[in-house]
Design a protein around this ligand. Sequence first.
Ligand code: NAP
Length: 283
Amino acid sequence: MTILVTGATGQLGALVVERLLELVPAEKVAVSVRNPEKAEHLKAKGVDVRQGDFGQPESLETAFAGADRLLLISGTDADRFSQHKNVIDAAKKAGVGFIAYTSVAKASESSLSLAEDHRNTEAYIKESGIPYALLRNNWYLENDADGIKAAAQGYPLVHAAGSAKIGWAARRDYAHAAAAVLAGEGHDNAVYELSGKPISYDELGAIVTGAAGKDVQVQGVDTDAYAEMLRGLGLPEGAAAFVAGFQTAMREGALTVDSPDLEKLLGRPQQPLAEVVAAILAN
Ligand code: NAP
């Protein structure tokens, strides 16, 4: 059985492969990456490194040959749904027997701007007829690293999420859950809401206070003020509005998920957020 991971030179993919190598022999692991030079370290460990670009369908067909299970790590380009279609079409042509996809929390109803690509991709995977597992990842705590570091230096932890709770978890936990699905059995046509125990920004502030050893002020603002703050930090207009929109969606509950799925797949509790915050502050 060959398990193939896309995006393996990205942050999540690297952690998935690292975990897979603890679960299965290296000869069962293959990766499809844009730039094989970035994956030399994996080749040295016995991983089969193949070249595949989501934007180049012919590269994907070659890259996926002989793969039994495939992890599609969602892309980052503007046209990512059409890129994901390329991946799914190529997986079908290559006879891939199972596809896992990193989606987003509550993809079917999410008000997050980026959820539409995920919804479309989930639907396309289902239409393909390939058995699947939808890994609906909640928010990486690492997304908030800059705010956490600034808070530890005495700035307020600013947010526009109101009192909404967010299912933050360590990126590593999402990666380990994905590896468990790829290496395990009984996940055909499963939909997993992978989420840490949901907490508010006030609760996150208390965790940062504990990890930083000094009082952290949490400041709730509205979305406009949040976007203004981002512009003040140097983000261009469009990017500031895009990122501030995440906060609006959080306030609307887009990331409020109470689900045991993450810990079930991990077979252990999620990594305590205090530890993740401590690691962020140590970097
Ligand atoms: P990342 O470090 O930016 O990795 C993205 C990966 O996608 C990289 O390996 C990149 O390849 C690959 N990729 C992008 N476009 C590609 C293309 N055209 N063809 C082939 N590969 C392509 O992001 P991450 O932290 O690992 O997160 C994984 C994914 O989760 C992201 O891509 C994004 O969709 C999503 N995400 C989720 C959250 C969350 O909080 N849930 C946060 C951030 C991102 P290269 O190594 O060649 O650049």
